[in-house]
Write a protein that binds this ligand. Structure first.
Ligand SMILES: [Fe+2]
Ligand SMILES: [Fe+2]
Length: 295
C-alpha cells in the first residue's frame, strides 16, 4: 500500500481527475497485461509469489491473529484507509475509502433488505490497515509495494494452480514450489477438507476475518465468507481448488461471487458523498460490530 497522506483529511480532497479515470467497460477491469499501472502491479505480485510460503503464513497468523496491535472503531479504521492506495489493483489509483463506499452503495442498490451485506461492502478492505503498521514492504521508485496486505490470494501448502495471476513468471524463487510436501495437487491437505483448514496467502482478507471473529462481530456467515475469500480469484472466478472445498464452501460460493460483482465493477470516478452516507453506515456498525475493536 502507498501512504498518500499522513494526517486526517476530507476524503473529497483526493477526488481523482475524471479525465484520467474514465468509467470502464466490464471487460477492461483486471487487465494484468498492460496499462499505466503495469510495473507496479507486476512487481507487487512478483514479491508476493516469491515470499508467501507455508512458513511465512504461519508466522503471520502468530503475529496478527491475537489482535494485540491496537483498538479502533470500524469507522476509525475506515477513515485510516484515506491514507492508502492499493498497488496491486490495476483499476484504481485513489484512496481505498472511496472504494469502500462505492462497493457498499452498489450492494445497497441491488440488495436493499440485506443490511449486513451493505456493511460487508463497506468494511471488506479495512484489513489493509496492516500496511499502516509496516507489514513487509519493499521500496521501489513507484512507492512501497505491500505484497502481504493486498492482491489476489491463493492457498499455500499445495500446488500453485495456473489460474493464479502471473503464475508462469513469478513463482520461480518460491521454495515451496520445489518442495514435494507442498507441490502436489492436495499438498499438505486432505481432499475436501474445507477452506477453513487451508492456509491462504497472507493478506487483508484473512486478517479482517480474524479481527471480526476475535471481536465476536455478528455479521452472518455468508458475509464472513465474502470478507475472508473475496480476493481468492482462482476459486471464485476461475473455479479452481474445488477439490479442497467441502459442502459449506460450495454453498457459500454464490455469495462470494455476488459480492465480487460489486467489489470490481463499482470502481469508477463518480465518488459518493461520504459525509451524507456516514450516519446510515454508522447505524450498521452499531448493529453488527459496535464500539472499539481489537486489531
Ligand atoms: Fe480486498
Ligand atoms: Fe475491494
Amino acid at each position: 500500500m502507498r501512504v498518500v497522506n499522513s494526517g486526517p483529511v476530507s476524503p473529497l480532497a483526493h477526488q481523482p481527475n475524471p479525465e484520467a479515470t474514465n468509467a470502464k467497460e466490464k471487460m477492461e477491469y483486471r487487465n494484468f497485461e498492460s496499462g499505466d499501472l503495469y510495473d507496479r502491479v507486476y512487481n507487487t505480485y512478483k514479491l508476493m509469489h516469491t515470499n508467501q510460503t507455508v512458513d511465512f503464513v504461519k508466522r503471520k497468523h502468530a503475529e496478527w491473529a491475537g489482535c494485540t496491535h491496537t483498538t479502533l472503531t470500524v469507522m476509525e479504521a475506515l477513515d485510516a484507509l484515506d491514507q492508502l492506495v492499493d498497488e496491486s489493483d490495476p483499476d484504481v489509483d485513489f484512496p481505498n475509502s472511496f472504494h469502500a463506499y462505492q462497493t457498499a452503495e452498489g450492494i445497497r442498490g441491488e440488495h436493499p433488505d440485506e443490511d449486513w451485506f451493505h456493511l460487508v461492502g463497506l468494511v471488506h478492505d479495512i484489513g489493509k490497515m496492516m500496511a499502516l503498521w509496516g507489514e513487509p514492504q519493499h521500496v521501489f521508485p513507484s512507492g512501497r509495494l505491500n505484497w502481504s496486505v493486498v492482491g489476489d490470494t491463493f492457498p499455500v501448502g499445495c500446488r500453485f494452480q495456473n489460474s493464479i495471476v502471473y503464475r508462469d513468471s513469478t513463482f520461480a524463487d518460491n521454495p515451496d514450489d520445489r518442495n514435494h510436501a507442498y507441490n502436489t495437487k492436495n499438498g499438505m491437505y486432505e481432499p475436501k477438507c474445507g477452506l477453513d483448514k487451508i492456509f491462504m496467502s497472507w493478506g487483508h482478507d484473512e486478517y479482517l476475518y480474524r479481527v471480526l471473529k476475535f471481536n465476536k462481530c455478528t455479521i452472518p456467515e455468508e458475509g464472513l465468507y465474502m470478507i475472508r475469500f473475496h480476493s481468492f480469484y482462482p476459486w471464485h472466478s476461475h473455479g479452481d481448488y474445488m477439490h479442497l472445498c467441502n459442502e459449506k464452501d460450495l454453498r457459500m460460493l454464490p455469495w462470494v461471487t455476488e459480492f465480487n460483482k460489486f467489489d470490481l465493477y463499482t470502481k469508477n470516478p463518480e465518488l459518493p458523498d461520504v459525509e451524507k452516507l456516514k450516519p446510515y453506515y454508522q447505524s450498521l456498525i452499531d448493529k453488527y460490530c459496535p464500539g472499539k475493536l481489537h486489531w
